[in-house]
Ligand binder design. Structure first.
Ligand code: FRU
Length: 533
């Protein structure tokens, strides 16, 4: 996925060269319906499409407009232009241009969330590509999930900020994209804060998005919303800062200052600001790449014993202290996540102080008009282990409300367990088990014929990730895992290691199977309800 993202010509550059292009094709619509539907064919080259209303370009993107049969359809909500003329200016002819149509529904809306490979209790975008979660913030009863979105294709391009909201972190409603590429570039990752004291001057409790505009250079910009995140106005003084990308901003109460952790020329830079507009450089930490995160957590829930955690896109982390301007590492670098997760972000402003994370699951969604997914929301905690303080990651407790049918087993061998496990026909479920190696050096849990969790005691690894058992010599593990249509997320040792992977094509009809000489002290499986019904 990452390599796919690199083959990109910056939108800004295309935009400039497009104006030099003479042979444009123009298609005009008088907007009478909510959506414009576009046929996409992946074999076609991307071409720049400008949306022009009353002489002004209101949006532009590159789209693979079909020549033959479309592979899928994408849409743009044009309700803002109702009753007006909207001109679509294409760089070159394509037969699909004549197939673009207006409708109150977007193509395929009737089967939305019922598509064969649509994850049923994870967020995926209705159409197009998603990568990083952005601007995670709780406000007025809603968890906002903004995200890197290409609304026009199932591959990375045209970065917009997509938007969804949820009251419970489980049921999401996708709304319109809020940030569109502009003359400063594509809308790359960033964060959002609630400006409680009106420090930026856009009103008390304005929601302020701090994002990277990726044009010729990558710069940091602001946009604010006073309507619960439904629409944003870009700050006329943009950009507010240079640097590289992915600003994570939060309020630091002891120093009464905004803090920005920014991926800045191969390090994480810390900046401070009083008004979100003027930023002052404070310090740098080496050894981390994009999408930094910095937050404080109580150790073992003790509010008098707190540590700061610095992490970034890969999920490696250090713990240490932070005074508002300088992070002093004490331990690390460790990792808590392994596999498909990348560029996870945590929520600002949670109502109960929980540190809730959502990660990008780099998981393909075969044959679907959307691609990639968000992983299940997790709570992060710091706990003392025999090796020291470690970051733990577990599904948010709200998950229990999605449980339906339950199966359980107690004190059985794998041979005994498999007699019933093979009949499990659920497609979405949540397992909690307590398993102990009896003989040998490993075991595997298989789902529909493919190993999903493999413990190799010889090399001390779960699915390839080094793992130290908390009770040395016991080789007894608490394992929790979630299966959705296309994904597996496992939480080993109460979340000391979080593994996420895409599911492989099924090899057998057998539900679950455990191979290896193990004792299963307990096994509990709960079916999961779809969050889209
Ligand atoms: C991480 C990342 C960010 C960037 C964004 C672009 O996946 O590369 O650094 O802002 O994706 O989509």
């Amino acid at each position: 996925m990452i390599t796919m993202k690199k083959n990109v010509v910056l939108i800004c550059g295309i935009f400039i060269s497009f104006s030099l292009f003479s042979q444009t094709i123009i298609k005009e619509f008088k907007i009478e319906k909510r959506y414009l539907n576009f046929p996409v064919e992946m074999k076609q080259e991307r071409q720049m499409v400008k949306f022009v209303s009353k002489q002004d370009t209101v949006a532009f993107s590159v789209i693979r407009v079909s020549e033959k049969e479309p592979d899928y359809w994408v849409f743009k909500d044009v309700s803002a232009f109702m009753g007006q003329k909207l001109k679509l200016v294409f760089q070159k002819q394509a037969k699909g241009i004549d197939k673009i149509y207006q409708s109150e529904k977007f193509a395929g809306e009737d089967s939305l969330y019922k598509e064969k490979n649509r994850p049923q209790f994870h967020f995926t975008s209705r159409r197009g590509w998603n990568n990083d979660p952005n601007g995670l913030v709780y406000f007025n009863g809603e968890y906002h999930l903004f995200y890197q979105h290409n609304p026009y294709e199932i591959q990375w391009e045209n970065m917009h900020w997509g938007h969804a909201v949820s009251k419970d972190l489980l049921h999401w409603e996708e709304l319109n994209d809020v940030l569109y590429p502009d003359g400063l570039g594509a809308m790359f990752s960033g964060s959002a804060v609630i400006d409680k004291d009106n420090s930026a001057g856009w009103g008390k409790n304005a929601m302020v998005a701090v994002y990277t505009a990726a044009g010729k250079e990558q710069t940091q910009c602001l946009a604010y919303s006073t309507d619960n995140g439904r629409t944003f106005t870009k700050y006329t003084g943009n950009p507010v800062l240079g640097g590289t990308r992915d600003p994570k901003v939060f309020w630091h109460e002891p120093s009464r200052s905004w803090v920005m952790a920014l991926y800045d020329k191969n390090a994480i830079a810390i900046y401070n600001s009083k008004d979100l507009k003027k930023w002052e450089f404070k310090s740098k930490i080496k050894g981390f790449y994009e999408c930094p995160e910095l937050f404080e957590l109580a150790v073992d829930g003790d509010q008098n014993r707190k540590k700061w955690v610095l992490t970034a896109a890969s999920g490696t982390y250090m713990t240490g202290s932070f005074d508002g301007s300088v992070f002093k590492p004490e331990y690390g670098k460790y990792y808590y996540s392994w596999g498909s997760q990348y560029a996870a972000q945590t929520y600002n402003n949670t109502p109960d102080g929980r540190r809730i994370q959502i990660g990008w699951g780099r998981i393909d969604q075969p044959g679907m008009p959307f691609n990639q997914m968000m992983l299940f929301p997790c709570e992060l905690t710091l706990r003392t282990t025999p090796e020291g303080i470690r970051l733990f990651c577990e599904p948010v407790s709200e998950i229990e409300t999605l449980h339906n049918k339950k199966y359980s087993l107690e004190n059985v061998t794998s041979v005994e367990a498999n007699k019933s496990l093979k009949n499990i026909d659920e497609m979405m479920f949540h397992v909690k088990m307590d398993i102990e190696l009896d003989k040998g050096v490993g075991f595997e849990i298989l789902y529909r014929g493919n190993p999903i969790i493999s413990y190799d005691g010889n090399f001390n690894r779960f699915n390839g990730a080094p793992y130290i058992c908390d009770n040395p010599g016991s080789f007894r593990f608490k394992i929790e895992f979630l299966i959705d249509k296309t994904s597996m997320e496992a939480f080993i040792g109460n979340g000391k290691l979080f593994i996420s992977e895409g599911l492989k094509k099924e090899k057998s009809a057998e539900g679950l199977r455990i191979s290896g000489d193990v004792k299963i002290h307990s096994f509990e499986l709960s079916g999961m309800k779809s969050t889209w019904q």
